[in-house]
Design a protein around this ligand. Structure first.
Ligand code: URA
Length: 481
């Protein structure tokens, strides 16, 4: 008997999902259906709570694949996108994923086809879900309540209300657990709730906004802090709404201050301009806009030297961002990053590690070349902490646009540019540092450092550099699988 004979002609299968984010359940069912050759148009995938009544005559039992049925093919990229895309609120997502899995059996390279409508839709779902998680990380605000514990002690409990667009609550439990490991907290949402007691995570039922506390003295503190950092020169209502949609404002104590701050903004801005402390304008939204802006940037004395700003280069959606310190003499003349001796050494090591430089976005922490003139020569000077901190605005803006999965910071200046604090390269290298947007930072030495060494010290540092790059390549493959 062939596998095909196993599925009765005309049978219509109905799969009722127990949870909207249950990838494992979907995977198990999808695998059996593919192995039994059930085409996508013979399956109705039903959301929990969705109406399966329309398919009352459909077969609810999963078909049983034959012993020795051929294994289901799914490459790592499909699986990693599918795990995220399934969290999307689009009711058609289960069917879309099945259709792609089905097509993968005869076209194993389909995930590489950027023009394929199913692949594009899956990538879009993945992106929307990642954005929703990012917003959750940024906009969940805990409010303090004091409650009595079982042993009669008063204890602090932090409660947040949040309305995600997609089914991301469970998937983000780990993030909040790690970040607030020592607090008792609850996150309430219309889809369900999470409760952490410093030891165990519990899931609870959906909640309503009125279940969450409305305000507390901590919020006053937060509000005054927010008022003090509110920068009227950055006030662009459209951009603010985009970054922090109104939907999230209502949960954020500082949002209560916004009308007041907006009213006072113009006055404060003119005072700041007079005092010479006008801050950066709103974040540029394209790489071309950053390029224009850095050429005009004179926020620190380096921009006043006889040099030109050097913009990062590489694909706008690169998974890897490589960050150096600042352009050198040759980069300044060419207007391109890493084209001089450090760049050539970097290229050799990247090649050895199997990293294609052309697929990475390569940039610098400080955008202008800092130097002192000695006769005809311009000698490199390291940027100071203040200059790096001022220039961080640009690298952050580049990251917001490119959204790399992994950032490789080379040298102490790049590490500071990424983290806002000084770290020791020898301690920080070799392991990922999670960043707030879900990407990872890896830190290594700067190739110019290798160029300054010789003999055994150079060999040793080259070996360490190679090892860091090899780890980055491996991790990137995992992240992109
Ligand atoms: N060193 C850097 O950090 N960046 C360059 O672009 C060149 C040398």
């Amino acid at each position: 008997m062939t596998v095909l004979q196993h599925v009765e002609a005309g049978t219509y299968y109905v799969v009722e999902m127990p949870e909207p984010d249950d990838f494992e359940f979907w995977r198990e069912r999808a695998r059996a259906l593919v192995q039994c050759d059930v085409p996508p148009d013979r399956i109705a995938w039903i959301e929990p709570g969705g109406s399966g009544d329309l398919f009352a005559h459909g077969e609810r039992r999963s078909p049983m694949p034959e012993e020795g049925a051929r294994p289901v093919r799914a490459n790592r990229r499909f699986v990693s996108l599918a795990k995220n895309a399934i969290l999307h609120s689009d009711p058609d997502r289960f069917a879309l994923l099945y259709r792609l899995l089905w097509r993968l059996q005869s076209s194993p390279r389909i995930m590489e086809d950027k023009a394929d409508p199913d692949v594009r839709r899956m990538e879009e779902l993945d992106k929307n879900v990642r954005r929703d998680s990012h917003k959750m990380h940024a906009f969940v605000r805990f409010r303090l309540i004091e409650e009595e514990s079982e042993d009669g002690e008063l204890r602090e409990h932090y409660v947040a209300w949040f309305e995600p667009e997609h089914h991301i609550l469970r998937a983000n439990a780990g993030f909040f657990m790690r970040r607030f490991a020592n607090m008792h907290w609850s996150i309430l949402t219309p889809q369900g709730s999470l409760h952490w007691d410093t030891d165990t995570m519990r899931e609870g039922p959906p909640a309503e906004r009125s279940n969450a506390p409305g305000g507390d003295p901590m919020e006053d503190l937060w509000r005054s802090y927010y008022a003090s950092i509110f920068n009227p020169a950055r006030l662009k209502i459209g951009a603010m709404l985009k970054e922090m949609p109104r939907k999230y404002w209502k949960n954020m104590p500082e949002a209560a201050l916004i009308p007041e701050l907006v009213a006072g903004a113009q006055k404060r801005e003119s005072t700041m301009v007079e005092a010479g402390t006008l801050e950066f304008e709103e974040r540029p939204e394209t790489l071309a806009a950053i390029d224009r802006a850095i050429h005009a940037c004179r926020k620190c004395p380096i921009g006043e030297l006889d040099n030109q700003a050097v913009m990062g280069e590489g694909p706008r959606d690169a998974a890897l961002m490589i960050v150096g310190e600042q352009p050198g003499d040759q980069e300044d003349q060419a207007g391109k990053p890493f084209v001089g001796p450090a760049g050539q050494l970097l290229d050799q090591h990247l090649e050895r590690a199997g990293i294609d430089r052309g697929s990475a976005y390569v940039t610098n922490t400080v955008k202008h070349f800092k130097y002192v003139q000695r006769g005809k020569r311009r000698l490199h000077q390291s940027p100071g902490a203040k200059e790096i901190d001022t220039c961080r605005w640009w690298i952050e803006s580049e990251r917001a646009i490119v959204q790399p999965r992994l950032v490789l910071a080379m040298g102490a200046s790049a590490a500071r540019g990424m983290l806002g604090k000084t770290v020791s390269i020898s301690k920080a290298r070799g392991a990922p540092i999670p960043l707030e947007d879900g990407s990872e930072l890896w830190i290594t030495a700067h190739p110019s450092y290798l160029l300054r060494l010789d003999g055994a010290a150079r060999d040793e540092q080259s070996r360490l550099f190679d090892a860091d790059l090899a780890a980055v390549r491996e991790r990137l493959e995992e992240l992109q699988a």
